[in-house]
Ligand binder design. Structure first.
Ligand code: HEC
Ligand code: HEC
Ligand code: HEC
Ligand code: HEC
Ligand code: HEC
Ligand code: HEC
Ligand code: HEC
Ligand code: HEC
Ligand code: HEC
Ligand code: HEC
Length: 338
């Protein structure tokens, strides 16, 4: 679907852009020739082209940025790589170059492929840089000449992924991206990450999971909700600053101090929970009774008077009575019954 999706997706966008550029050029003509306002769809085009005409107006003054579409999207390469050049405008780099947004150096073909003049004459592939045949470190260096300004990528060097010889294009693709945004190698982020981290994939199908999806398989939460694939100051590429801060960022109600604290909760949520998916309720590491008894040994015998032998197995097990397991604010909540 997405291979097609990209194709079908690209045409309206390109057409729109071209028609805007075209319309922008026509605006003075339209304005001069037709005093009556255009109606319907025409009006929309006219309105948006008016703005782009206004935005383009200062460009009449001398500017060091090349303005013709051909120069920006690689007129040098057009002759032999027409398809790549034409599709470039639908791609983030080409789009930013066209529209003049992006905030920093506009990327042309040669930003990533190096000087092209020699190759233009020889057409030899040895005369042009092609990222997949470059050393990973060289690719990273090249991409980071522009992208190191973004905070989230500051820690890429020496991150888990960098150490394993991966590069930006292990996950991203400039001309053949499969995802609608972020230029990923796979259709979704989850697909991308679990193509290597296969063991995480089962979490999508477990009884309790953070990786829940809609019926259309849209991910509601993705790996990057908790991990920074570009590197982090912490182990496991986690985004939070401490083990629990990760969890508090969404489960804020667990952050508040309690009158009666249950020490393992403050210490680390992962004392009892797993991060991705579990076959137990509530992302628990183990069935409740076993979970509690890893720390509270021999509870069964001491509880017979209170609950008989069913304390372990009936319904929610220990939580039938110890309901406030994350801590209690009740004056007599010392044992988390209230
Ligand atoms: C006169 C024709 C011509 C022009 C102009 C041209 N190329 Fe090429 N390019 C080729 C041919 C032919 C190949 C295939 C070479 C091969 O497979 O040996 C190629 C291959 C490539 C490759 C793949 C190299 C590889 O390792 O497989 C890249 C990247 C590339 N060109 C980029 C560019 C860029 C960027 C420009 C503009 C600056 C450009 N080309 C201009 C003819 C051209
Ligand atoms: C942001 C960096 C970047 C820019 C800008 C860029 N390319 Fe590429 N190019 C790549 C990467 C990465 C690949 C490897 C294939 C992929 O991941 O899409 C590639 C591959 C290619 C290839 C090999 C054939 C293919 O489709 O894989 C050609 C030809 C090419 N680029 C031409 C161009 C031309 C022409 C332009 C300008 C219109 C351009 N590139 C702009 C990064 C870039
Ligand atoms: C392990 C896979 C992986 C690697 C390696 C990787 N990225 Fe990403 N990148 C992603 C994912 C997933 C996203 C989208 C999620 C997000 O925004 O964090 C993304 C988003 C981005 C974005 C979009 C802006 C943003 O922050 O949302 C840029 C730019 C980017 N990456 C550049 C790079 C560069 C440059 C490198 C190499 C130094 C690189 N990436 C290496 C997976 C990766
Ligand atoms: C010459 C500067 C430059 C270079 C080199 C460069 N980029 Fe970019 N990149 C940009 C600009 C500009 C944007 C558009 C930013 C925007 O729209 O805010 C961008 C956007 C992106 C995005 C975001 C796409 C999206 O949908 O949000 C990704 C991912 C990305 N670049 C990856 C790479 C990778 C991988 C490389 C190396 C192969 C690379 N870039 C090389 C300038 C560059
Ligand atoms: C091309 C394969 C590949 C892709 C794609 C990939 N990874 Fe990795 N990842 C690795 C390798 C190799 C390591 C090094 C540790 C290892 O051997 O498991 C690693 C390490 C990690 C670690 C640290 C594991 C630890 O034990 O400390 C996390 C977390 C991680 N990746 C998350 C992600 C996320 C999130 C994505 C998607 C955005 C992703 N990875 C995409 C290959 C990949
Ligand atoms: C709710 C937050 C969250 C989400 C979403 C999440 N992770 Fe994790 N992940 C964690 C935490 C926390 C750890 C550390 C677990 C530990 O230390 O036992 C972790 C550990 C890992 C590890 C290290 C090995 C392991 O199994 O413990 C990998 C690899 C990993 N995650 C990949 C992924 C991938 C791939 C995705 C998306 C499919 C993903 N994570 C989504 C929080 C998350
Ligand atoms: C990016 C936001 C986010 C982060 C970070 C996050 N969670 Fe969640 N968590 C959710 C959402 C959303 C749900 C589903 C809530 C619902 O179904 O009402 C959930 C559900 C849960 C559940 C109940 C699962 C069930 O089956 O009922 C537990 C337990 C949980 N999270 C623990 C954690 C722990 C522990 C961490 C830290 C490792 C964490 N969460 C980090 C968003 C997050
Ligand atoms: C001592 C073990 C333990 C620790 C540590 C723990 N939990 Fe729980 N958590 C549980 C149990 C047991 C349940 C199921 C409660 C039930 O069935 O009534 C649960 C349920 C949940 C739920 C889903 C139901 C609800 O109450 O909203 C969330 C969310 C949750 N925990 C988040 C966290 C977070 C965040 C942390 C870390 C601050 C944490 N837990 C630490 C044992 C623990
Ligand atoms: C990682 C170890 C650990 C796990 C797992 C754990 N606890 Fe605790 N629990 C403790 C510690 C440590 C204390 C504090 C003991 C103290 O103050 O003497 C405590 C205290 C308690 C108390 C209060 C005892 C008192 O005398 O004040 C109750 C009740 C309790 N836990 C029930 C549970 C239940 C029910 C579970 C399962 C959901 C559970 N615990 C899981 C470590 C754990
Ligand atoms: C039928 C209700 C009930 C069930 C089920 C139950 N408890 Fe209790 N628990 C109690 C009562 C009542 C007390 C005594 C409270 C008091 O004295 O304030 C208690 C006290 C405790 C204490 C603190 C006193 C001590 O003896 O150290 C711990 C720890 C504890 N329970 C753990 C557990 C664990 C673990 C489970 C599951 C295996 C469990 N409880 C199941 C009712 C229950």
């Amino acid at each position: 679907m997405l291979q097609n999706g990209r194709g079908t997706d690209s045409f309206p966008r390109r057409n729109l852009l071209f028609s805007l550029l075209g319309a922008a050029a026509l605006v003075p003509l339209i304005a001069a020739a037709s005093p009556s306002p255009p109606s319907g769809d025409d009006q929309k085009v006219a309105v948006s082209s008016q703005t782009s005409a206004q935005a383009a107006a200062p460009a009449a003054e001398p500017t060091k940025r090349p303005r013709t579409a051909e120069q920006i999207v690689g007129g040098k390469c057009l002759q032999c790589h027409r398809k790549v050049v034409e599709e470039f405008v639908n791609e983030a780099h080409g789009n930013a170059a066209h529209s003049g947004t992006g905030g920093y150096d506009m990327s042309t073909c040669e930003s990533c492929h190096g000087p092209g003049d020699k190759h233009n004459d020889s057409t030899l592939k040895t005369d042009i840089l092609n990222p997949p045949s470059m050393a990973p470190a060289a690719v990273n260096k090249m991409c980071l000449t522009c992208h190191s300004k973004e905070h989230s990528r500051l820690s890429f060097a020496a991150s888990e992924h960098d150490r394993k010889g991966m590069s930006c294009i292990s996950c991203h693709s400039t001309h053949h991206a499969q995802s609608p945004v972020k230029e990923l190698q796979k259709t979704t982020e989850g697909e991308l990450c679990t193509s290597c981290h296969i063991d995480i994939r089962k979490a999508y199908y477990q009884r309790s999971t953070h990786l829940f999806r809609t019926d259309q398989k849209n991910e509601k939460m993705s790996c990057s909700s908790c991990h920074n694939p570009h590197g982090s100051e912490r182990e496991r590429l986690l985004v939070g600053v401490s083990s629990n801060s990760e969890c508090y960022s969404c489960h804020a109600e667990r952050r508040a101090p309690m009158l009666w604290e249950h020490p393992p909760v403050r210490e680390n949520c992962l004392n009892c929970h797993v991060a991705h998916g579990s076959n137990n309720l509530s992302l628990m590491k183990a069935r409740a009774s076993q979970l509690c008894q890893t720390c509270h040994m021999h509870m069964l015998w001491r509880h017979q008077t209170a609950g008989g032998f069913d304390v372990v197995s009936y319904n929610r097990g220990c939580m039938n009575c110890h309901q406030q397991i994350h801590g209690s604010n009740h004056p007599s909540g010392k044992t988390f019954l209230h």
